[in-house]
Design a protein around this ligand. Structure first.
Ligand SMILES: Cc1cc2nc3c(=O)[nH]c(=O)nc-3n(C[C@H](O)[C@H](O)[C@H](O)COP(=O)(O)OP(=O)(O)OC[C@H]3O[C@@H](n4cnc5c(N)ncnc54)[C@H](O)[C@@H]3O)c2cc1C
Length: 333
């Protein structure tokens, strides 16, 4: 705590013009509309200010918590004594490279990225146009929908690697993308800065029509009128989380102000001033009931904070890869 206060005061001195929100409610930065105050939220104007913040934090043995649109996170009601860095206000560069690939910074929304590709007659990102996240958040979890995933279109990613305080460009293979997972999720220390997307030439009108069709499906099936963080659980191998939850009679199941959506059982929605504890308790009960009745373990897709709160404590362990980083790149061990 003392270290954080010292770091914040040094950051203010080093970057006097930078927007720094103190004791800001995290609920304002979360699509769930849940979360107490963050000690500070920094909005760096560019990559060099971002690295400066990271550098000061590292000197105090701290790391920042990156935040995109907050559309995949559950923050605690008690708030967090952390420094968050928000990408969505400033890290917004988006342009075509001379070879026709698309360059996008971490704070660019996936909707804007997909729209930009469509306007330039580039296909491959139609699936992403309705995902309410950013490039940074989307890459970390390899966001996907309707058969498409970011891993299919990412050529390379630039990341600031905190332990070495250096920028690295990783190829698609080095990002080690998997279903709703990536190297950036399995090991800490990666601040995603930008990415290059390689897309195919297509017809602008057809691309726009595909995007409209997928977004219409989304509106039909998903509870977009209520605050949520998207699918609460990842798809267990060979199953659909929503179907399992429905099959166990949990559609509409409620804890406090949190509810398993009546429209789509894969979503947990905030129907009435839900607290983070309502959502934790609901997710634990859903997970345990599904496991008891079907034998299928489900892993949360939502990032649940604080990180030491693990739904795995309440069910069978989910195997994890251990990965270490060396000079040649991040390697599994
Ligand atoms: C209504 C609704 C529908 C959704 N539909 C889908 C869907 O179809 N498919 C899908 O995959 N997801 C879906 N989601 C979930 C969510 O939109 C995606 O996971 C999205 O990619 C998260 O991006 P974000 O910017 O909001 O990330 P955040 O929620 O802000 O952050 C998520 C994680 O990424 C990390 N992060 C964010 N930015 C960076 C960065 N620059 N560097 C390093 N780490 C970073 C955060 O620290 C956090 O751990 C949906 C959510 C909602 C609310």
């Amino acid at each position: 705590m003392e270290n954080l206060e010292k770091a914040i005061s040094e950051i203010k001195k080093a970057l006097p013009g930078m927007k720094l929100l103190e004791n800001e409610p995290l609920s304002a930065h979360s699509s769930f509309r849940i979360g107490g105050p963050a000690r500070a939220i920094a909005v760096p104007a560019d990559v060099s200010s971002l690295s400066k913040i990271c550098c000061i934090l590292k000197e105090h043995e701290l790391a920042p918590f990156m935040l995109g649109n907050g559309s995949n996170i559950l923050f605690p009601d008690e708030g967090l004594a952390e420094l968050f860095i928000v990408s969505t206000e400033k890290l917004q560069n988006l342009f075509l490279l001379p070879d026709g690939a698309v360059y996008a910074e971490a704070g660019v929304s996936l909707a804007r990225l997909a729209g930009f590709a469509q306007q330039n007659g580039l296909k491959g990102l139609e699936f992403a146009s309705g995902i309410p996240g950013t490039v940074g958040g989307g890459l970390r979890m390899n966001a996907g929908a309707y058969g498409g995933e970011l891993k299919d279109v990412v050529e390379s990613v630039v990341t600031y690697y905190l332990p070495e305080q250096a920028l690295y460009e990783l190829t698609n293979e080095q990002c080690d993308f998997a279903y709703r997972n990536s190297r950036f999720q399995r090991i800490g220390g990666f601040v995603l800065v930008s990415a290059v997307f390689r897309l195919e030439q297509g017809d602008g009108e057809e691309i726009a029509a595909k995007m409209r069709e997928l977004n219409e499906k989304r509106r039909e099936k998903q509870p977009l009128d209520l605050p949520s963080a998207g699918s609460a659980f990842k798809r267990p191998e060979g199953h659909y989380a929503a179907a399992l939850i429905d099959q166990c009679g949990l559609k509409g199941f409620r804890v406090g102000g949190a509810q398993v959506s009546e429209k789509h059982a894969g979503f947990v929605v905030n129907v009435e001033n839900a607290t983070s504890h309502d959502v934790y308790d609901l997710m634990i009960q859903v997970r345990n009931t599904v496991y008891q009745k079907t034998g299928v373990p489900m892993e949360p897709e939502i990032v649940i904070l604080p990180p030491d709160y693990k739904l795995e404590d309440h069910g069978p362990a989910v195997p994890r890869h251990r990965i270490t980083f060396n000079a040649a790149g991040a390697e599994e061990s």
